[in-house]
Design a protein around this ligand. Structure first.
Ligand code: ZN
Length: 169
């Protein structure tokens, strides 16, 4: 069984600046490259689960998203950091219902199965409650990063990504 580091994308890997429609808007958050690199070294499977409802809204296409993700993965690779899998939900509740958009658990369950992940040895980093709820239901420890909200509940809260290192080791 493997350990898993689950990551939301917008607001965790890259700065949250509304819909990311092109690489010009994609900027890594401080500390995330080092965190992913360290997770790789510690033998975590690194899994990104992200809601990309902008596709359903017609703001960008699957191809646009692929270009953004290729850019992200290439930049990470240049720094010795690797993401094992990206799961994205292209749907938006204003357009269509689905089982893959967080807070649904589908992508988490798929990753756990595909990568033989033990939830009890795993963490989910998110900046919104909908990132944390499905993880919690599956027994994954939840980590809120960024700005704390009294409506959010998480096992850990860290203002900075770099602070998360302390719980991975
Ligand atoms: Zn979906």
């Amino acid at each position: 069984m493997n350990k898993g580091l689950f990551l939301d994308r917008d607001g965790v890997i890259n700065e949250e600046v509304g819909y990311i429609t092109s690489i010009e808007k994609f900027q890594f958050k401080p500390g995330i490259v080092e965190l992913i690199s360290m997770a790789n070294w510690l033998n975590y499977k690194v899994i990104v689960i992200t809601n990309q409802g902008g596709i359903s809204k017609g703001l960008y296409t699957h191809t646009d998203l692929q270009i953004i993700h290729d850019f992200m993965l290439n930049r990470l690779e240049a720094f010795g950091a690797k993401i094992d899998q990206i799961y994205y939900c292209p749907h938006h509740p204003e357009q269509t219902r689905c089982l893959c958009r967080k807070p649904e658990k589908l992508f988490f369950e798929r990753a756990i199965h595909t990568y033989q992940i033990n939830p009890k040895l795993s963490f989910m980093l998110g900046d919104k409650q909908h990132d944390l709820t499905p993880a919690k239901l599956l027994g994954i420890s939840t980590v809120l990063v960024g700005v704390q909200d009294p409506m959010y509940s998480a096992d850990y809260f860290f203002p900075e990504i770099s602070d998360v290192l302390s719980i991975l080791v």
